[in-house]
Structures are given as C-alpha cells and as structure tokens.
Design a binder for this molecule. Structure first.
Ligand SMILES: [Ca+2]
Length: 205
C-alpha cells in the first residue's frame, strides 16, 4: 500500500521528535551517573607526615587544552608552588591559585582528601580555563578546553570505605579571568559548600 504524503511527513516528524527527546534526556542521564570504586590511599598516609593543603607544581605555558599541557610537561620542568589551602579561587584577572602569574599558567595539583564517612558525596567543579579531576584514581570530571567560568553538573560519588583518598587535578589558565573551585555536599557537612581546607592534605617536601 502506498503511504500518503501526510503519513510520510508525520513519520518523519515523529522520528525527529524522538531525536529531540533523546537530546533532552541524554544530559539528564549523564547527570545521574554515580561514581563508585574510588580507591583510598593505600597505605593510608601517616598522620605525622601530613601537611595542610594540596601540593602544586606550576608550568609557564600558553595552552588551549589539558592535552597540550600534558605535552608541554613532557619536556619542561615545573616549579613547586606554595601549597593550595583549598579550591576557592575565582580571581578575575588576579594571580592564578598560588602562582605569581595571572595568565599562561598550568598547574598539577596533588594530595589527599579526607572522606571520613562512608556514603554519598556530591561534588561540583567551577572552572576557567581547562580542568581534569581525579579522586581515588578515578577520573570524575573533565572540561579540558579554554572556557569562561563554567560549572559542572552534580558529580555523585559513593564510597564504602572512609579515609584519605588521593586527589589529582590538572588545570590551566590561558588568559583573562581564572577560576578553580571545588564544592561538595558530604555526609556530616550539610549543604553544598566549598570543600573545606581541613580535609585537604599532602605529604612530601
Ligand atoms: Ca581564562
């Protein structure tokens, strides 16, 4: 039987509607992703070795992506910077993190975060420019290119084992304004707020 023109148009529109619906639903599903299987530091760091804040190494680079930052790191030495007490930097045109520069900064940030209750943690990242965030050896977020201030969706993490988890963040600021903020809603810490300085630490020199 020959399909009428009207039926053909209807079918095409129905397909298009399903496509649009998919576009709407996909981000909602992505947002609901829950990260599990994060690995606590093993062995756990010795309390006597812990220093406040996160360790940072800076690279003077003009890059457009985390990948380009990594390529630069292959042949240049970074400079250790003052430890970063907490990730609450929305500095406009000011200096980037604890660096003495306001532009063309790459930063490799390492240390530990204490998640002292088992359960569900909601993280959010606010970045400008590119960022890559791993906790417990699991990549939980990346927004790796040049961009204006931009929030992640909610990043849901579930852990069963309380303790210190390794944090590894790659970040760069190319030019103009810079932001790097990390928020959480953690068991026992109430509503969404900056991850507090008291749960960050690092070891080493
Ligand atoms: Ca910028």
């Amino acid at each position: 039987m020959k399909e009428s023109v009207i039926y053909k148009v209807f079918k095409r529109q129905a397909r298009f509607s399903v496509f649009l619906l998919g576009l709407l639903i996909a981000p909602a599903i992505a947002q609901a992703d829950t990260f599990t299987g994060l690995k606590p530091a093993s062995p756990q760091p010795d309390a006597a070795d812990l220093k406040p804040g996160l360790a940072v190494t800076y690279y003077g680079v003009k890059v457009n992506s985390i990948k380009e930052l990594e390529e630069n790191m292959g042949y240049m030495d970074g400079k250790p910077g003052e430890p970063i007490p907490m990730l609450n930097y929305q500095v406009g045109n000011g200096n980037v993190l604890t660096a003495n520069s306001n532009d063309m900064v790459g930063a490799i940030i390492k240390g530990f975060i204490k998640m002292e209750q088992p359960g569900r943690y909601v993280f959010m990242v606010h970045s400008n420019d590119g960022v890559w965030v791993s906790i417990g050896d699991k990549l939980i977020y990346e927004d790796p290119d040049v961009h204006a201030d931009r929030f992640s969706d909610e990043i849901i993490v579930e852990i069963s084992e309380p303790g210190w988890y390794p944090v590894h963040i790659k970040y760069f600021e190319k030019k103009n304004t810079a932001t790097l903020e990390l928020y959480w809603e953690a068991p026992g810490f109430g509503e969404l707020d900056y991850v507090p300085a008291e749960v960050f630490s690092h070891t080493g020199e």
